[in-house]
Ligand binder design. Structure first.
Ligand SMILES: Nc1nc2c(ncn2[C@@H]2O[C@H](COP(=O)(O)OP(=O)(O)O)[C@@H](O)[C@H]2O)c(=O)[nH]1
Ligand SMILES: [Mg+2]
Ligand SMILES: [Zn+2]
Length: 275
């Protein structure tokens, strides 16, 4: 049968299969093939012998935290404390696109803004909705619960954005610490902690607010370009157009005509200049 690894403690791999967990060992041959199973892996296993026979190909593979096969990322985006940042939002969206993860924009702290301020923000959020991204609010718990179903999800975003608060609201048994702002940033913490997927509303959620690698190291500028899904609506004459110094560029035209918001294009330029 096929299950998914939800936790690894030394040589025991906890495999989730039809609402039950099985602590399995791996066949010796994995070690020779240099395949190391990780949390998130889909595996062929024998639930009676408690042995994993095969690791299925990964749809994506992250190092920090070490996890595979993430389907979707709730990008927890605060509007105030910390302030709304289109740069960080685009960075996380593009990072998810590059890794074949569906980004879901989840807005927090809407209550801290005036109606006037919200009007400005909503213009941006409408843009993201129009180009095809899901935009939800941390108050829409039922919506979030239904989105979790049958998916492996991660909650990511800035420290203080409200990730732990939201996860605690979804699952009162979690009791994650909230409000700690100091520890997570700054000094690199090299303690490798156990990564775990926990089951929630018929889906699985990563228990750690990854992903630390916020740069596009390892991805080409062409890949970054293609991760801007709105640019594809404006195909350029030359397929390899980078939308920079080319003379006849449909993307630049679309920015001028306000069909692509300027912040998206500016962030694109920053990303390919590795800024
Ligand atoms: N006003 C307001 N405060 C929030 C909201 N969501 C979270 N907070 C507060 O923001 C602070 C940081 O939240 P936390 O969940 O620890 O953020 P994390 O670092 O992303 O896990 C806490 O004091 C929360 O109570 C919200 O929607 N509105
Ligand atoms: Mg937290
Ligand atoms: Zn172009």
């Amino acid at each position: 049968m096929e299950g998914q690894i939800v936790k690894i403690v030394s040589d025991l791999h906890r495999v989730s299969y039809k609402d039950e967990n099985y602590d399995c060992k791996c066949r010796g041959k994995f070690r020779h093939n240099k395949i190391t199973p990780k949390v998130g892996d889909y595996v062929i296993f024998d639930k009676d012998k408690k042995v994993i026979d095969e690791i299925k190909p990964r749809k994506n593979d992250f190092q920090r935290p070490s996890v595979a096969n993430i389907d979707q990322a709730f990008i927890i985006t605060s509007l105030r404390l910390p302030d709304f940042s289109l740069n960080l939002l685009d960075k996380l969206i593009v990072l998810m696109e590059l890794n074949n993860v569906e980004p879901i924009i989840c807005i927090t702290k809407r209550d801290l803004l005036s109606d006037e301020e919200l009007k400005d923000i909503d213009k941006y959020l409408d843009y993201y909705k129009n180009i095809g991204y899901k935009v939800i609010y941390n108050t829409e718990l039922d919506k979030i619960k239904s989105l979790l179903k049958n998916k492996t999800s991660v909650f990511t975003g800035q420290t203080g954005a409200g990730k732990s608060t939201l996860l605690n609201k979804l699952n009162i048994n979690l009791n994650l610490e909230t409000g700690e702002v100091s520890n997570a940033l700054g000094r690199g913490r090299h303690t490798t902690r156990v990564v775990e997927l926990f089951e929630m509303y018929d889906g699985k959620v990563l228990d750690t607010p990854g992903f630390s690698a916020l740069d596009f190291y390892g991805f080409s500028n062409e890949q970054i370009r293609d991760a801007f899904i709105d640019f594809k609506e404006f195909p350029c004459i030359y397929k390899d157009c980078m939308h920079t110094n080319e003379s006849e560029c449909k993307v630049k035209e679309a920015v001028k005509d306000n069909n692509i918001i300027e912040s998206r294009y500016e962030n694109y330029l920053k990303f390919i200049e590795r800024m």
